[in-house]
Every structure is written in structure tokens, then in C-alpha cells.
Design a protein around this ligand. Sequence first.
Ligand code: ADP
Length: 447
Amino acid sequence: MFNKILIANRGEIALRVIRACKEMGIGSVAVHSTADADAMHVRMADESICIGPPSGTQSYLSIPNIISACEITGAEAIHPGYGFLSENANFVQIVQDHGLTFIGPTADHINMMGDKITAKDTMKKLGVPCVPGSDGGVPTLKDARRIADEMGYPVIVKATAGGGGRGMKLARTADDLEEAFSTARSESKAAFGNDEVYIEKYLTLPRHIEIQVFGDGKGKAVHLGERDCSLQRRHQKVFEESPSPVVDAETRARIGKVCADAVANINYAGAGTIEFLYENGEFFFIEMNTRLQVEHPVTEAVYGVDLVREQIRVAAGLPMSFEQDDLVPDGHAIEVRINAEKLPEFRPSPGKITQFHAPGGLGVRMDSHIYDGYSIPPYYDSLIAKLIVHAPDRSAALARLNRSLDELVVDGIDTTTPLHRALLEEPDILSGDYDIHWLEKWLETYR
Ligand code: ADP
């Protein structure tokens, strides 16, 4: 096992990893920008080291600075968290070239899944159901027209290098195709330096359902059920639950096995998420994330596992501590993301927290890096807390979420807590009857 792990991240996810290190008796090194000198992850880690100025590109994304921090502190492995360098294959290669261990999959697997055309092609070959669409890239508008005509509208033009909802354009009819095609290409070129696009059938009322997988890197893999993340704003998840209100045990076992077999087949190592759109009882693969997800705690609650501990074990060459048969879901978990944002515009609201009280009690987990007197810097993601509740069934989980939101106090800044409180009054949320467009539609009238 490692003696010391460096956490190449900040905020709640840095704390999450430090906590796992402590419980495993492993030393932890926090890295931070000058803007984060007073951050909780710096206080909580065994050691800390400043890696640059506030700008992410000069600190949390600076590969030379992070490698130097490992060399100075003697850390043997790096946990990337999510975001920042977590899906950067070049970083993984450099980490290995320096004799260090990256806690996550190989650079090859990250590359394979980072390119959406290759990812889809690989998954298709592995027997994972995919959204119908072009086989591979679509080089010209003429090709796009032919494919869209054959498939039928609406279609979505997507960048193979896309991410974070960028480089994705909808064409409802043939009249929209030319513009969708050229804007998807130019957006992708500008954002990712690559203008290759492909075409998919646009599903009109799907849910977003993702399967958590975990592999040992040696041909063995398991699944840990699904998370329903259909409640999204601008393709960003705001509320996640497991199990999905629409997935039964038989369906879970079937799609879960397809996913576990697929990643076992490629000797995938560590945590991964296979994302699907789900419509009329069918799953359609859209992408795979080769890292820990923000919403992993709902899976941890329902399956009673520690995914970060497991990531560290597998990276150290140990076997997984569970088999598929050990993984039996128990109860229902919901996570809400609390952001420092002013509603209804969702305008970032950094600043000083004058008072903070976290909810507690049975079945409540609060993953957050904020504290009384903490000043949220304006440079990073606005996520300030994840509130996760676990209860025997969905209605008990909703009740527990409601009372936990009642207990939560964050004064001095604006947060998205009122949004979650309002959502919990909506009959569709209470009954679980929502799709990926539900929240955007509802927000049009939310003031
Ligand atoms: P990104 O990597 O940019 O997040 P994804 O491929 O994961 O892109 O898609 C993000 C979201 O876009 C999905 O959760 C869904 O809401 C929507 N989306 C993507 N593909 C389709 C499709 N074929 N039909 C309908 N909606 C889609």
C-alpha cells in the first residue's frame, strides 16, 4: 500500500479523498493555489503545498507543478478527483513516466473513452446498446444530410471531442441541419481544437441513467447499479438518485451485467460510469466517464461501499474487496448539489460565509468544504456542498431530504438551496415522473 497520496484537486472532493486516506492509514498531501491557502482541504491534509496563483491553468491544471509537489513531498501516488486533470491521458502518462501511480484507469482507456466516436465504436463492439447514428465521423454536410435523411429527424450533431455540453447542436428538421453542422464544428474547433463531429438520433423524452462500474484492471469487473441524473440544467446535473424510479431489479441486473462485462473485457481499472439515455424501456449509450463522479455518494449509500478506498486499493495492485454477489442495493439515496449561486439566474455568488450549520442525523451525509468565516473564491466551480440522504425507500428519502434542507444554514452568500426546496413540492418530483427536459421547462416559470 502507498505511504503517501497527493490529491490533485480542491473543494469537497479533495476532502473526500483525504478522509479515505486517513481511514486507510495513508499520509495525504494537499495542493493549493494562493487563493485556497485557507481552504479546508489544506487544513485537513497531513501536509500541503502551494502550486501556483489562483488561475486553475497555473495551479490545479499545471502538470509540472503537481509533479514537482510529489517529488518535494515524497508522495507515491496521485488521486485526481473529478474535473481538472482527472481525464487527461497526457497527465496520466507523465505521472507514470515519473515513477508515480495514477489512481484511475490507464492513459489508453482515458483516450479511448475521451474520443466519443472511438468510445461508441468500442462499446458497440462490446455489446453495449448505443444511440442510433452515423458510424464514425461525418466529414461533409452532404454526408450529414444523407445520414439524417435515412435516420429521420430530429438529429443531434455532436463533437467527438465534446464535453460539458459543448459542441452539441440539435437539428429538429432538415432546414436546421446546415447551421447545426457548422456551429457544432466551429464550437468544437474553438473549444477542443478538433472539429470532427458525428450524428445521433435525438431522443425526445429520455431519462439520463448511468451505471457505476468498477474494474480490477485484470479482467474482473462489477457494476453497482444505476443513478438517475435526469434533473439537469444546461446539461449539468442538479439532483441524483439511486435506484432510478423507473428501473426494476431485473433491468438493473441485465444492463449492469452488460456494462460490467464490457469493462472487464478491456481490463478496465478503477471506477467508471457508463452513461445512457433511457427511453421506452431501452438504454442507449452516450458516453463513459473514466473517473469518480460527483454523484458517487448515492451509490456508496445504497451499496454500502467506499469507492475511493476501492480506487486506492486497486491502484496499489490489491484485489477489489467485493464480488458482484456481495453488491446488493439497500434502500434509496438522493443527492442534491448546493452551489454558491443567486437564483433565479444562477449567477455565481462567491463571498464570505458568515454562518454555517450542516444538517445531521440518521442517514444524512454532507460532503462540503465550507466553514464559518470561509470566503468562497471566485475562480472555481460554484459547488459548495453535496447533501446526500439515505433511507429505506424513496418517500422516506424525500422526507429526510426535506428536513435536512430545513436544518441547513449557509448565511452571507446566496445558494441554490431554495431551488431544491421548491423541487420537493413538485408532484412530478415526488412521484419520480421526470425526464432530461423537465427541469429546464420548469425553470421557465420559476421565479
Ligand atoms: P457531454 O460530454 O458534453 O456532457 P453527453 O454526450 O454526455 O455530452 O450528453 C450530455 C447531455 O446531452 C445528455 O445527458 C442529454 O441530456 C443530452 N443528449 C446527448 N445526446 C443526446 C441524444 N442523442 N438525444 C437527446 N439528448 C441528448
